[in-house]
Write a protein that binds this ligand. Structure first.
Ligand code: ZN
Ligand code: ZN
Length: 365
């Protein structure tokens, strides 16, 4: 990620402080820190004022922080704290005479909030500011889209290399392990979430964990997997069938695929997230399956596997060019099984670019 790009994100926050009546903004949530500074460690805080960027971390990260946060103007000043970060941050706030300090309420524990508040001077106060950086993060730059595209391609290759070897009798756990091994061999940092492999009746659990069950003749198998590559997530769901599918499976599969294609078709700059969700839902309704669709149609992804916007029924967020979102309708029927198909797409002015290259037919093994 170019250091200039991160510097311009920091500028956007610094120059937005005044409109929000803030003297400073404090960021401690790892994906947001990475977005603004490049820091990939687990313990850091960035204090943004109108004319400075102060980064606090502990001695474990001293060398790493100096390297990762370098570049851009004004430069980030790294402070290696020997006391807890909240103590150092509070002392700096006092020294600089900052009064109104914005913080991320969804990203700070009550403990950390209390610890910081109790150390601030009387005249300073903490102001909750929700979703500011997340809103910037919704629109991906070309270099971010490039990373997501490569993450998606890597994930699809890992799927292909694994699935070509899958045989009946393998356990869900073995298959999940093999998928994750392939991802890493292809250069992924790690899975972007716990790989889901669910067969037979368990495919009706949208977030099943892989277990000791073996893939048996007559089973539907859900595979939902994603990788992190250079910090960016991918996410894909595909279905396998062991043996030869009956007419009910074929019909339900066709319905979910039709719903997924309709939702993809509905994606374009200017429409609301809710309208994309409704496109999927109304197809499933025409097949009598809308009540079996128990989650939203998709979600944004980037530095996190789930980030705004949510592609849900009541979401009014207008889609904008550069948003990276998943489209993943599914049906889940207790005592029968489940089917989900998921791609990652990027919103464009006139529609979307589908990043996921993997074919969408039901794979027979
Ligand atoms: Zn997924
Ligand atoms: Zn997803």
């Amino acid at each position: 990620m170019p250091a200039d790009e991160r510097a311009s994100r920091r500028d956007a926050i610094a120059s937005g402080l005044e409109a929000r009546k803030l003297d400073a903004f404090l960021v401690a949530f790892s994906p947001n820190l990475r977005y603004l500074t490049g820091f990939t460690g687990s313990n850091g805080s960035l204090l943004i004022t109108p004319d400075s960027f102060l980064f606090f971390t502990d001695p474990r990260y001293a060398i790493q922080a100096a390297g990762e946060t370098a570049g851009g103007r004004p430069a980030i000043r790294v402070r290696v704290a020997t006391k807890p970060l909240t103590v150092e941050v509070a002392a700096t706030i006092a020294r600089l005479g900052l009064r109104r300090i914005g913080y991320e309420p969804a990203r700070m524990t009550c403990d950390a909030h209390e610890a910081l508040k109790s150390r601030l001077p009387m005249r300073s106060s903490l102001i909750a500011v929700s979703g500011w950086i997340e809103e910037l993060r919704m629109i991906k730059s070309p270099s971010e889209i490039d990373r997501i595209r490569r993450s998606v391609q890597l994930n699809s290759r890992a799927f292909e290399r694994t699935v070509s070897r899958v045989r009946a009798g393998m356990t869900e756990q073995d298959l999940a392990t093999e998928l994750e091994y392939r991802m890493r061999r292809l250069g992924a940092e790690k899975p972007s979430f716990e790989t889901i492999v669910a067969s037979g009746l368990r495919s009706a659990l949208p977030h099943a964990q892989p277990g000791a069950a073996r893939l048996e003749n007559g089973n539907l198998v859900v595979i939902d997997m994603g990788a992190f590559l250079e910090g960016y997530a991918s996410d894909m769901t595909r279905m396998l069938f062991v043996g030869s599918p009956g007419s009910r499976v074929k019909r339900a599969y066709k319905a979910v695929l039709e719903a997924q294609l309709a939702a993809i078709d509905a994606v374009r700059a200017g429409v609301t997230a809710g309208s994309v969700d409704r496109a999927a839902r109304s197809v499933l309704k025409s097949h009598g399956l809308d009540r079996a669709f128990v989650h939203s149609t998709g979600h944004g992804l980037g530095l996190e596997i789930h980030e705004p916007p949510r592609i849900g029924k009541r979401d009014k967020t207008p889609l904008r060019p550069g948003m990276a979102i998943t489209i993943e309708p599914g049906v889940y029927i207790e005592g029968w099984g489940g089917i989900r198909i998921e791609d990652t797409v990027v919103v464009t002015e006139t529609g979307c670019e589908i990043l996921t290259p993997t074919p969408k037919e039901l794979r027979i093994i």
